[in-house]
Structures are given as structure tokens and as C-alpha cells.
Design a protein around this ligand. Structure first.
Ligand code: PCA
Length: 202
């Protein structure tokens, strides 16, 4: 009985990471999500691995949101070339891919939602999150562009889909991890540490 009461007051956070893409064997976003404890800052974490596929990735998130009704959705993705953990401020209504997604689809200058708003801001406190991660010694700053590939597709689609709800939605890009032998990279433990701090500050 007590256990049930306790479970009822736990808030739920759906956290997603991506499958590998672009010839990589791993995606550090999923590696980091997989390593997180399942309870942080009063949130029960539900972890979901999503495909690097336009449309499909966001649809999978929405399906699980409908099932589990989380309070927060936090999506994580790899941003090769970045050296810091970067909470994204904005999702834009644009698909433009320099490489095909994992279904072989490579859109060029297409809207995500035909006739939709140009952009939506994340409603997570991205500055507070970036600051807190930095203070803990892990490089972090706010990003003003999640790109126009699948990560932005997921962020924009979720912000658009839940725009008139209480749903809190954020996206954090992370660097390559050391195992991928690409630069710049970040130790997976620092990536995990950064994500924990992010969850502590949402
Ligand atoms: N990064 C890509 C998609 C999947 C991922 O991890 C992006 O930044 O769009």
C-alpha cells in the first residue's frame, strides 16, 4: 500500500536516445541514456531508443507518451563536431538532410508540418541547465539550432504536437564519446554526469 502511494506521487520523465547512424557502431545519446539511474530528482525515468528516421522517430515518442503520460519529455542526440553538452532552445519547421536517414530518406528544404509555425521554443529552462552543467565542470552552453536533421525533426514535432498542453519538452545534443575515435569527444561518464545535472535542473 505504502509503495503504491509512493509510486503515485513520482513524476515521470520520458528520456530518449537514438540508434547509431552515419556509419557509427554506437550512438552516445543512447549509451548515456542507458547508463542513467531510473530515478533522479523525484522523476521516474522511462527510457526509449528511437530510430534515426524522419517522422518515425517523433511518432514513436508520441505513441509512448500516449501510453505512459509523462510530465517531461527529454530527448538526447549526438551532435558530431560539438565539444559541449548543448540544450537546444528552438526547433524549426524544416527538414534538410546532408545524409540520408536510416530509411534512406534525404529531404531537401521541406517543412515538417505543412503550414505550421516557423519555430517553437523549448519550455525547459535551457540556460539554467547549461549553467548548472558548466558549474559542475562539464562544458555546456545553450544552442540556438538543433539543425535540420532528425533531432530537430523530433524536437519541432513534439513542440508542435503538445503546444496547447502542459507537457514540458526539451532536447539536448551531446558530443561524440571517446569510443568513437572522433574529435571533439567527451568521456561518456561526463556526458552521463551532464544529463543527470540537466534532469536535476528541469
Ligand atoms: N543526431 C542526429 C540524429 C540522431 C542523432 O543522434 C541529429 O543531430 O539530427
Amino acid at each position: 500500500m505504502m509503495q503504491e502511494d509512493y509510486m503515485k506521487i513520482m513524476k515521470k520523465l520520458l528520456i530518449t536516445g537514438f540508434e547509431p547512424f552515419d556509419g557509427e557502431q554506437i550512438n552516445p545519446s543512447w549509451e548515456a541514456v542507458d547508463r542513467l539511474l531510473t530515478e533522479i530528482n523525484g522523476y521516474e525515468l522511462v527510457k526509449l531508443r528511437i530510430p534515426v528516421a524522419f517522422g518515425e522517430a517523433a511518432a514513436k515518442v508520441i505513441k509512448v507518451v500516449d501510453e505512459i503520460r509523462p510530465d517531461v519529455i527529454l530527448c538526447i542526440g549526438q551532435a558530431g563536431g560539438r565539444g559541449a553538452i548543448t540544450p537546444e532552445l528552438v526547433g524549426i519547421n524544416l527538414r534538410n538532410a546532408s545524409i540520408p536517414d536510416n530509411n534512406g530518406y534525404q529531404p531537401k528544404d521541406e517543412p515538417i508540418v505543412e503550414g505550421g509555425e516557423c519555430a517553437y521554443f523549448s519550455n525547459l529552462p535551457v540556460r539554467k541547465i547549461a549553467h548548472a552543467i558548466n558549474v559542475a565542470g562539464v562544458p555546456s552552453h545553450v544552442s540556438y539550432s538543433a539543425g535540420a536533421y532528425v533531432c530537430n525533426d523530433v524536437l519541432y514535432t513534439l513542440l508542435s504536437h503538445y503546444k496547447n498542453t502542459e507537457m514540458r519538452i526539451g532536447f539536448i545534443h551531446i558530443p561524440y564519446c571517446a569510443e568513437q575515435n572522433k574529435e571533439p569527444s567527451m568521456d561518456i561518464n561526463d556526458i552521463v554526469k551532464g544529463l543527470v545535472i540537466a534532469i536535476e535542473n528541469i
